[in-house]
Design a binder for this molecule. Structure first.
Ligand code: XUL
Ligand code: CO
Length: 439
């Protein structure tokens, strides 16, 4: 039963298989199909983001929004925010996803003062709770927008203005409370303005200490209110600032370790952020997995010809297939999911395009999962990897891995041997052929 009529012309999106030419159907995503011991739905945990899909109207730095949604009255009022929630849940249920994610400012407008702003957020949160209960859709994660308003123009918790730091504390406290109230499974920190544009006006040491103190207070607060969701940091190297402190996964983890915070966070990795940092998406996912910190994914894609965050819907099922190898190794995404942090292009102006975009993103990741299943079941690639490190399974290698060697004993070993054993071929081209054979 729909709450509104805006999607009446669109059928409920169902799995019809690759033979289907129905544009409003999944070709690869069969929610209930068992893959590698779990349903596709349980592997994927698909989520729609509120900001792009319901608040993005196609504006860019060269021109205003081009998209007029029939349910929008052109205001950012609380009334409009409340009415919009029903449309959101109609979209989620018609698409058949189980999760959504939002920033505080996506769902509720600022008021005349901070007390009103907090009240607005709670008014909408109560409405969201009703809709969640009525539809069974769940909150993947909540977060606070600490980057759009002009008060954040010099940073959020790393602003030189201490009042802004205090303002952010209010926002994150309320956003954690609301996320907890809605049963959110994670809470995300993306530090869009946590960085700098010029070192001439920036005290790096001081900003780093403020950032760590802020995250520490968030951890303490969550503990004090028994918020059980997973804290996630979303790395991004730049945009909007020239240099952002959460540059990439390795930088974030180093920062957390240095400040005694590593136990409390995992990573939310986004494809287009990885490529802006000069990494493959899969580099970031494999790294996070290797250190036990893979939390969730913002599934989107950039454009290799552009140097900014284009936030397009995923289409690359080969990349997704490789990602699933690491996610599988990780035992799944845990409390995380695939959040389609992507927006339709500014010339894709119809309501129908919202569906086509998400169907494509979900099918891309579903197709990748089916390819990964073949790779994992076959075991050829895993065997090559195991063999490549076999010198550590016995002899001196096993001694090294068990921590039983030092420079003296290693010197004695290799001097006696006279030269290292020859390297076997890395066989990259063969492995690329093998990978292609599953696609
Ligand atoms: C920005 C971005 C954000 C975060 C949440 O590039 O990805 O939307 O996902 O703040
Ligand atoms: Co994101």
């Amino acid at each position: 039963m729909a709450f509104t009529t805006f999607f009446d012309h669109i059928p409920t999106i169902a799995y019809e298989g690759v033979e289907s030419d129905n544009p409003f159907a999944f070709k690869w995503y069969d929610a209930k199909a068992k893959v590698l011991g779990k349903s596709m739905k349980d592997w994927m945990r698909n989520s729609v983001c509120y900001w792009h899909t319901f608040r993005g109207m196609g504006g860019d730095p060269f021109g205003p929004g081009t998209i007029c949604r029939p349910w929008e009255d052109g205001t950012d009022s609380l009334d409009q925010a409340l009415r919009r929630t029903e449309v959101v849940f109609d979209f989620l249920t018609k698409l058949g996803v189980e999760y959504y994610a939002f920033h505080d400012r996506d769902v509720a407008p600022e008021g005349g003062n901070l007390t009103e702003t907090n009240a607005n957020l709670w008014a909408v949160a109560k409405q969201l709770k009703k809709l969640q209960d009525a539809t069974g859709v769940k909150l993947l994660w909540g977060t606070a927008n600490l980057f759009s308003h002009p008060r954040f123009n010099q940073g959020a918790s790393t602003s030189p203005n201490a009042d802004v730091f205090a303002y952010c504390a209010n926002s994150v406290k309320e956003a954690i409370d609301v996320t907890k109230f809605l049963g959110g499974e994670n809470y995300v920190f993306w530090g869009g303005r946590e960085g700098y544009n010029s070192l001439l006006n920036t005290d790096l040491g001081r900003e780093g200490r403020h950032f760590a103190a802020f995250l520490g207070m968030a951890v303490d607060y969550a503990k004090s209110v028994k918020f059980r969701g997973q804290f996630l940091i979303e790395p991004k190297p730049c945009e909007p600032t020239k240099h952002q402190y959460d540059f990439d996964s390795a930088t974030v983890l180093g920062f957390l370790e240095r400040n005694g915070l590593a136990d409390h966070f995992k990573l939310n990795i986004e494809q287009n952020h990885a490529t802006l940092a000069g990494h493959d998406f899969n580099h970031e996912i494999a790294f996070a997995t290797s250190v036990g910190k893979l939390g969730s994914l913002d599934a989107n894609r950039g454009d290799t010809m552009n140097g900014w965050d284009t936030d397009q819907f995923p289409t690359d099922f080969r990349e997704a297939a490789q990602a699933w190898l690491y996610i599988h190794q990780n035992g799944g995404l845990g409390s995380g999911g695939l959040n389609y942090d992507a927006k339709v292009r500014r010339d894709s102006t119809d309501v129908d395009d919202m569906f086509h975009a998400h169907i494509c993103g979900i099918d891309t990741w579903a197709r990748g999962l089916r390819i990964a299943e073949k790779i994992i079941k076959d075991g050829k690639l895993a065997k090559v990897l195991k063999t490549r490190y076999a010198s550590y399974d016995k002899g001196i290698g096993a001694e090294i891995d068990k921590g039983r060697t030092d420079f003296r004993s290693l010197q004695a070993y290799i001097v006696k041997k006279g030269e290292a054993a020859p390297n076997a071929s890395g066989r990259q081209e063969l492995l690329e052929n093998v990978f292609n054979s599953y696609v």
